[in-house]
Design a protein around this ligand. Structure first.
Ligand code: AMP
Ligand code: ZN
Length: 143
């Protein structure tokens, strides 16, 4: 189902223009208007889904199955040294467009524009703590 006020649904429908990289019946990929690095691409399901929490496994399967193809196309086109694949869910995690999307950000070396802000807390967790956290999450998995 399309969402009236969703800019990415409008991009899929061609109502808002985009620089299209890839399209099939389920998935659409286009350049992010704010290019972090050259070739920064967004991959989205055509069907509207807010973010990963609301995405059914079949849609996720379709979406993620296209990512290696698109990632390799970016690599062949621009020979980046690497690539970060990123997905933000909810405002607290910097999601600003509420239609599921995966960022493909090719990396060209230090100072290329991408700055992950990643602070680790390894010393705060014993291996028992890790087992406890894993167990708590595992217990919530419904199969
Ligand atoms: P996020 O912050 O993960 O929700 O990412 C949303 C991304 O959508 C941002 O990087 C924006 O630059 C990008 N964006 C917003 N509007 C457009 C548009 N009309 N065409 C292409 N990219 C867009
Ligand atoms: Zn949408």
């Amino acid at each position: 189902m399309k969402h009236e006020d969703c800019i990415f649904c409008k991009i899929v429908d061609g109502v808002i223009p985009s620089a299209k990289v890839y399209e099939d019946d389920k998935v659409y990929a286009f350049l992010d208007i704010s290019q972090v690095t050259k070739g920064h691409t967004l991959v989205i399901p055509k069907e509207h889904t807010k973010n990963i929490y609301e995405t059914d496994p079949e849609t996720a399967k379709e979406l993620f199955s296209r990512i290696p193809v698109i990632a390799n196309a970016i690599r062949d086109a621009y020979q980046p040294l690497g690539m970060n694949i990123l997905n933000n869910n909810e405002a607290a995690a910097e999601q600003s467009v509420f239609h599921l999307h995966v960022h493909l950000i090719p990396r060209y070396g230090e100072g290329d524009g991408y700055k992950p802000n990643w602070i680790t807390h390894t010393e705060d967790y014993t291996s028992d703590d890790l087992q406890d956290v894993a167990k708590i999450i595992h217990e919530q998995i419904q199969q």
